[in-house]
Ligand binder design. Structure first.
Ligand SMILES: [Zn+2]
Length: 140
């Protein structure tokens, strides 16, 4: 079992019930081979609690995570099995044949990037297919 990878951020927002200032906490987590996210807040003024999760990661939360924690890149170590890498990435990213070459090029040159849980998610899928893959963040 792979360890759970969690990336979180706390930011100032307002309560959706009463409009008071409230702290919001956003989380993206890689649990096993599943990416999850949620955003939650408990209002100090009215006690109202809100939690949102499910579906695709919202762009706003993704942007906050990336600006707080920075971009991570996906690396595949030699010997690279390009056909396998392309097959896994196509399956996981839902990219067509025409787009996958550009993505593969980005991966091979260390340019393919996203949040750390997103990159580790792909690295785990690749490792499960026998590809030596890892995710890392500049500065880690
Ligand atoms: Zn409130």
């Amino acid at each position: 079992m792979e360890p759970i990878l969690v990336e979180s951020i706390t930011y100032d927002g307002v309560c959706q019930e009463c409009g008071a200032e409230a702290k919001w906490c956003g989380v993206q987590a890689l649990v096993g081979e599943e990416l999850r996210w949620d955003v939650e807040s408990t209002c100090p003024a009215c006690g109202s609690a809100l939690a949102v999760c499910g579906g695709d990661l919202p762009d706003e939360l993704r942007g906050r995570l990336l600006s707080e924690h920075g971009w991570a890149t996906l690396q595949v170590g030699p010997p690279t099995r390009n056909a396998t890498v392309m097959r896994v990435l196509r399956a996981e990213l839902g990219i067509g044949l025409d787009g996958i070459k550009a993505v593969l090029e980005q991966v091979l040159t260390g340019q393919y990037s996203g949040t750390l849980p997103e990159m580790e998610f792909l690295a785990r899928k690749l490792r499960a297919s026998g590809v030596d893959a890892s995710a890392s963040r500049a500065g880690d």
